[in-house]
Design a protein around this ligand. Structure first.
Ligand code: 1GP
Length: 253
C-alpha cells in the first residue's frame, strides 16, 4: 500500500512534471546548519529532503540531524540509507532500496531483512526503490560492492530498471555517484524512461541548471542534488534555479 509521502511525491510529479530532492549527508552537518539548509531548500521549492550518505555509522548523530530538519520544515524527510545505521525513527519515510548491481547479497536483500523489523517498529513509511549505480559509480559503488554500469551500456541500465519494475519496486534511481564529474548520460535516461512505467530518479554530479534541464528533458522524473547543497554560496540562487528549471524543463505531461 502506498503511504502519504509516496502519494505526495507521485502527485507532485504529476502536477509539476518533474521534481527535485535535496540530499543532506548527516556526516557533513551539525544540527543547526542542517536545519537552516533544509529550511532554505524548502523555500526554493524542493519536494523533499533526503537524508543519507554512503558512510554513515552513527545513528545517534543521524537522529539529531533528522530531528532538527523535521522541526525546521514541512516537506517530507525521507531516509536514504546506506546500511542499518541509516535508519532513524524521526523521519517520515525511508527509501526501501536494493542496490541491484551489487555483487554482495548483503546490499541486495540482506541489510533490508535486518532493517525491516526496525522499520516496522518505528512505523516508517517504506517506498520500494531499485537503486543502480552507473559510470564512475562513486563511493557508494565501492562501499556497496557494485559494478557500475558503463555510460556507453545504456541497455544494461534498461535491464536493471526493468527488473526493478518487475520485482514490484515503485521507483528506480540511476546513481552516478556523489560528486562525480559527469552525471548520468541523457541517452541512458532516455532509454530507461522509454522502457519503464515507474518514476525515474537521477542523481550524482548535478551542479548546474543546464545539467538538470538536460536530465529532465531526457526523461528524469526527479533529480537529486547533494554536494552543491553542502557548498558555500547562496543556496536560494543555486537550488532555486535548479528547482525552477526542473519544473519548467519537463515536457512529459
Ligand atoms: C548521491 O546522487 C546523489 O547519492 C547526489 O550526488 O552529491 O553529486 O549531488 P551529488
Amino acid at each position: 500500500m502506498r503511504g502519504q509521502v509516496e502519494k505526495y511525491l507521485l502527485n507532485k510529479i504529476q502536477k509539476d512534471g518533474a521534481i527535485h530532492f535535496a540530499l543532506l549527508d548527516p556526516e557533513e552537518f551539525s544540527s543547526e546548519p542542517a536545519a537552516k539548509t533544509a529550511r532554505e531548500v524548502e523555500l526554493c521549492g524542493t519536494a523533499a529532503v533526503m537524508v543519507g550518505g554512503s558512510t554513515i555509522v552513527s545513528t545517534p548523530h543521524l537522529d539529531v540531524i533528522v530531528k532538527a530538519i523535521k522541526k525546521a520544515v514541512k516537506i517530507p524527510v525521507i531516509l536514504f540509507p546506506n546500511n542499518i545505521t541509516g535508519i532513524s525513527r524521526y523521519a517520515d519515510a525511508i527509501w526501501f532500496m536494493s542496490l541491484l548491481n551489487s555483487s554482495d547479497p548483503y546490499f541486495i536483500a540482506g541489510v533490508q531483512v535486518l532493517g525491516a523489523p526496525i522499520i516496522r517498529k518505528y512505523g516508517l513509511e517504506t517506498i520500494p526503490l531499485g537503486y543502480v549505480t552507473v559510470g564512475e559509480g562513486g563511493t557508494v559503488s565501492v562501499v556497496g560492492r557494485a559494478c557500475p554500469i558503463p555510460h556507453d551500456k545504456p541497455e544494461l541500465a534498461v535491464a536493471h530498471a526493468l527488473a526493478a519494475q518487475y520485482f514490484g519496486m515503485r521507483f528506480v534511481y540511476l546513481e552516478g555517484g556523489s560528486g562525480v564529474k559527469q552525471p548520468v548520460p541523457n541517452t541512458m535516461i532516455r532509454m530507461v524512461k522509454g522502457a519503464i512505467n515507474i518514476p525515474l530518479i537521477v542523481g550524482g554530479g548535478i551542479r548546474t541548471v543546464e545539467q538538470a534541464r538536460n536530465l529532465v528533458g531526457a526523461g528524469a522524473d526527479a533529480v537529486v542534488t547533494g554536494t552543491i547543497t553542502e557548498e558555500e554560496g547562496n543556496l536560494r540562487d543555486k537550488i532555486g534555479a535548479i528547482v525552477a528549471c526542473v519544473k519548467s524543463g519537463s515536457t512529459k505531461y
